[in-house]
Design a protein around this ligand. Sequence first.
Ligand code: ZN
Length: 212
Amino acid sequence: MLTTSPREPEQASSRQVIPAGDYYLGVLQAGEVARILDLEGNQAADTLFYCADNPLERYSATDTIREQGNIYLTTGSRLRSNENRVMLEIVADTCGRHDTLGGACASESNTVRYDLEKRCMHACRDSWMLAVSEHPEYGIGKRDITHNINFFMNVPVTRDGGLTFEDGISAPGKYVEMKAYMDTIVLISNCPQLNNPCNGYNPTPVEVLIWD
Ligand SMILES: [Zn+2]
C-alpha cells in the first residue's frame, strides 16, 4: 500500500548516504523511525535486522510471511524475528513492494545466476562480511548472516510458484520507513550488483534517515 510519511528530512536526527557497494551498520532505538531513500531509483538495499540485546534473535522471513499471510512487504507489514516478536513495522512506503524471498547476491550465486567470470565481482555478502569484521562490538559474525529483506527489489512469484527477478518498480526519491519496536541493529548492504535487472544494471546510492 502506497503511503507517504509526515516526517520532514530537515528534522531527521541523522542522515547518511550509502554509496552502492558500501554498507550501513547502526542501532535503531525502540520508537525511532528509519527511512531508506532510493536516491536515483531502482536500487536494492539488502537488509538484515538483529535484536540489539541478543543478536541471536534476528529478522525472520518465514515468521513475517506466515503472520501477515503475504509474501510482499509494504505499509503495515510487521517485520518479525525468529522468536516471532515484532521487531519493526513499515509505517510509510512510496514504492509499494519489497522482497523477502530473493536473498542477497554472493560471489557464488553470481556464478550460477550469471556467469563463471562474475565470481570476482563485489557482492552484498562481501559488504556484510566486511561490516561485521570491522565492527566486532555488535556481536554479529559470519554465522549470523542469514536471509534478508531486499528493499525496493521486485521479485514477483509466478502462478506456478516460481521466483522471477524483474525490472524494478522503484524510482528516484521513493522511500520506505519503519518504526522500531525493540532496539534493533540495522545492517544494510547497498547492492553493488551489475547483472540484475532489478536495479537497471546500474547501482546507485541510497540514503538512511533516522528520526527520534
Ligand atoms: Zn546485492
